[in-house]
Write a protein that binds this ligand. Structure first.
Ligand SMILES: Cc1cc2nc3c(=O)[nH]c(=O)nc-3n(C[C@H](O)[C@H](O)[C@H](O)COP(=O)(O)OP(=O)(O)OC[C@H]3O[C@@H](n4cnc5c(N)ncnc54)[C@H](O)[C@@H]3O)c2cc1C
Ligand SMILES: *[C@@H]1O[C@H](CO)[C@@H](O)[C@H](O)[C@H]1NC(C)=O
Ligand SMILES: *[C@@H]1O[C@H](CO)[C@@H](O)[C@H](O)[C@H]1NC(C)=O
Ligand SMILES: *[C@@H]1O[C@H](CO)[C@@H](O)[C@H](O)[C@H]1NC(C)=O
Length: 236
């Protein structure tokens, strides 16, 4: 499902050109300690139109339950929401809520490894887990993600949401989202469903394909289960 190879090569150039060693500063800035009156940019400090986006509030849920409560409250109040990450490495303005009274839901603290299943070669993680965390935790279980983007400073939610990829024609191809076997996504719902709903989409469910590259518009992905391969260098 990869794009043209020239696009993939361009990322190598991009990485060399823009690569930095220190972690980027938090892309969400708020004027008060209660996280009101906020702005968000990408990691370059401005979007392509040089704008910085505004949001009325930012929230940093630490568990899926809290996330559900955040989505439910905002749905009830008919507020617009967008998902933001600790990195905000995407260049386009995907993360901006429409208008200035929106809500930013950050996955910064949804950063836990939930389960490593060595037998089935999968790992279940929260969506704010970084690619770096994912790769190093997998290595401990002798698992490897065959084809990842050439850059560690991405979250699993952000990189699948935009279809981030490495380059290969082997296996399922080079896009990380093609190695997702299950995801949990929190979406707004009607009052009868307490304003929020969590869906667990498994491999084989066509809805999973729709949710893989969501550009953040379908809901908040809370958890992802990724399929790995055995580290062939360790097989004797
Ligand atoms: C130096 C550099 C090198 C790169 N190299 C590559 C590469 O080799 N290959 C490649 O394909 N791409 C590459 N990229 C692009 C990068 O993979 C994407 O921009 C990626 O989306 C950034 O991830 P992020 O975690 O910063 O997400 P963000 O930019 O913060 O978010 C991206 C989108 O995903 C949505 N989103 C994030 N988390 C969730 C969630 N939990 N639920 C729902 N929606 C969510 C956001 O709302 C937003 O719309 C590179 C980028 C940089 C800066
Ligand atoms: C946020 O902005 C509004 C309108 O611009 C202003 O009235 C309010 O005092 C600000 N709140 C904080 C906490 O800065
Ligand atoms: C959602 O609203 C309820 C009731 O107003 C409140 O108790 C709860 O703390 C809110 N949840 C979040 C995460 O803001
Ligand atoms: C591997 O997957 C099978 C089938 O889903 C399941 O029954 C088994 O418990 C899993 N193994 C582990 C170690 O969780």
């Amino acid at each position: 499902m990869g794009g043209p190879n020239i696009l993939k090569l361009s990322w190598i150039f991009f990485m060399v050109y823009f690569g930095k060693c220190s972690p980027p500063e938090e892309p969400i800035k708020c004027s008060s300690k209660t996280n009101l009156n906020c702005t968000i940019t990408n990691s370059y400090g401005a979007f392509p139109d040089r704008a910085v986006c505004k949001a009325a509030q930012a929230v940093f849920p630490t568990t899926e339950e809290e996330l559900i409560s955040v989505v439910a409250n905002a749905t009830k109040e008919k507020r617009k929401m967008k998902v933001a990450t600790r990195f905000s490495h995407s260049i386009p303005k995907l993360v901006c809520p429409d208008g200035e009274d929106g809500l930013l839901i950050s996955t910064k603290f949804l950063n836990k490894i939930i389960r490593v299943d060595q037998e089935n070669m999968t790992m279940t993680v929260e969506s704010g887990v970084t690619l770096r965390q994912l790769i190093s935790e997998a290595a401990k279980a002798e698992l490897v993600l065959p084809y990842a983007p050439y850059w560690w400073g991405l979250t699993i939610g952000g990189l699948i949401g935009t279809g981030a990829h490495g380059s290969t024609l082997w296996g399922l191809g080079s896009s990380v989202h093609d190695y997702i076997v299950q995801l949990r996504i929190v979406t707004p719902a009607e009052a009868a469903h307490s304003y929020a709903k969590v869906r667990t989409l498994e491999n084989g469910n066509p809805e999973l394909n729709a949710a893989r590259v969501s550009l953040g518009v379908l809901g908040v992905i809370s958890q992802v289960r990724v399929f790995f391969q055995c580290n062939i260098w360790l097989v004797r």
